[in-house]
Design a protein around this ligand. Structure first.
Ligand SMILES: Nc1ncnc2c1ncn2[C@@H]1O[C@H](COP(=O)(O)OP(=O)(O)O)[C@@H](O)[C@H]1O
Ligand SMILES: [Mg+2]
Length: 342
């Protein structure tokens, strides 16, 4: 039996998963089109799950792409050479993984190329990709490299500028590009990573917005549970749950977990609003990274409290505008736990 997942990425064989088919089609279209896409959104909004599903779909439907998936989470405090050394190690592992999946071995030329290659800085990184691409073109069917970097915020500050410049150079080159497309995934936007904007090396970026779940997507998720377990939800429960969580992916699943695993409701009974109210109280009372961050922000800066009080008091509403710095901070550090507070 599958379950609702709340510990990081969700997997369709173990968890109920919103398929996000339309969003995935849009993302894949951009990758195929050779765009350099950035996906920045708060924690626990489904970024990792999303791009992994997208890559799986892309690979299953087309063999002309060569995916390299990286994660910069652990790299924050590395020096430039150490960063590139760690980066190369991962790139090589990922390349070998693709061959393993295809049940092929890299031939001798590639094996010795991978053995001898070394990145020490952005220049050698660019040269590596160029040569790897030549290899794919001459020895293979000319697959196109898709580079996806998760937790991009972990990039050391000393690496960031040159790294982005290199990507930009590759993007703007007239020749066949390697990487053909890039996906950068993180919590902070590139502007917030403190990079000197005057040089603007990443003005080639294509921003992808990953929305919270719609009411229909929450229905899709709960429908999977009902199909497997045969326990139903009163329609108003799904509506209230969607409204109270604003469709925030983690909160939706945590709510579902409480309702289906922690309230001991017999499976033969429909889940009703009375159960919903209990689950709502439990959710608000437990340790929750979403709400804790909101509280930390409120304690740190009284402007947040003001803003949040205006939002939750519902008197005059607050227009959602990311040019409002406080709103942006509350949103950027947190996704909408606010509706849960009311
Ligand atoms: N497609 C999805 N279907 C169902 N739940 C999801 C989906 N994507 C994300 N979630 C929920 O959000 C949580 C965080 O997902 P994750 O992909 O790790 O987000 P992020 O990378 O933004 O931190 C998951 O544990 C799960 O509760
Ligand atoms: Mg993630």
């Amino acid at each position: 039996m599958r379950r609702f997942g709340t510990q990081g990425r969700v997997y369709p064989d173990r968890h109920y998963v919103v398929s996000r088919t339309e969003e995935i089609a849009d993302f894949i279209h951009r990758l195929k089109d050779g765009r350099y896409v950035v996906l920045f959104a708060p924690r626990q909004t489904g970024k990792t799950t999303f791009f992994r599903l997208a890559l799986d779909t892309l690979i299953a439907t087309s063999s002309i792409y060569f995916p390299i998936q990286l994660n910069f989470e652990a790299y924050k405090n590395l020096s430039v050479p150490d960063f590139y050394a760690a980066f190369y190690k991962r790139v090589r592992k990922e390349i070998e993984k693709v061959f393993q999946k295809r049940e092929q071995l890299p031939d001798e030329t590639l094996a010795s190329f991978l053995n001898d290659a070394k990145f020490t800085n952005h220049i050698s990184m660019m040269e590596f990709f160029e040569q790897f691409d030549d290899f794919l073109e001459s020895q293979h069917s000319g697959e196109k490299v898709i580079l996806i970097i998760d937790e991009f915020d972990g990039i050391p500050q000393t690496v960031l500028g040159d790294f982005l410049h290199s990507l930009r150079d590759i993007y703007l080159s007239d020749e066949r590009r390697c990487p053909h497309s890039v996906g950068i995934v993180g919590v902070k936007s590139i502007a917030q990573l403190n990079y000197d904007r005057s040089v603007s090396p990443f003005n080639i970026q294509d921003e992808f917005h990953l929305p919270n779940f719609t009411h229909q997507q929450v229905q899709e998720l709960f429908g999977q549970y009902t199909d497997e377990v045969r326990q139903t939800f009163a329609p108003e429960v799904i509506r209230a749950l969607h409204r109270q969580t604003a469709g925030q992916p983690f909160l939706v699943n945590r709510f579902a977990q409480i309702l289906t695993e922690e309230l001991d409701i017999p499976r033969t009974k429909t889940i009703t609003m009375a159960h919903f109210v209990k689950a709502h109280t439990m959710l608000l009372e437990e340790e929750n990274v979403n709400l804790t961050h909101l509280l930390t922000n409120i304690r740190r800066d009284p402007r947040f409290e003001n803003l949040l009080m205006r939002i939750v008091s519902y008197q005059r509403g607050v227009q959602f505008n990311l040019r409002n710095v406080s709103l942006k901070k509350v949103y950027g550090l947190e996704s909408l736990g606010t509706s849960l507070i009311c």
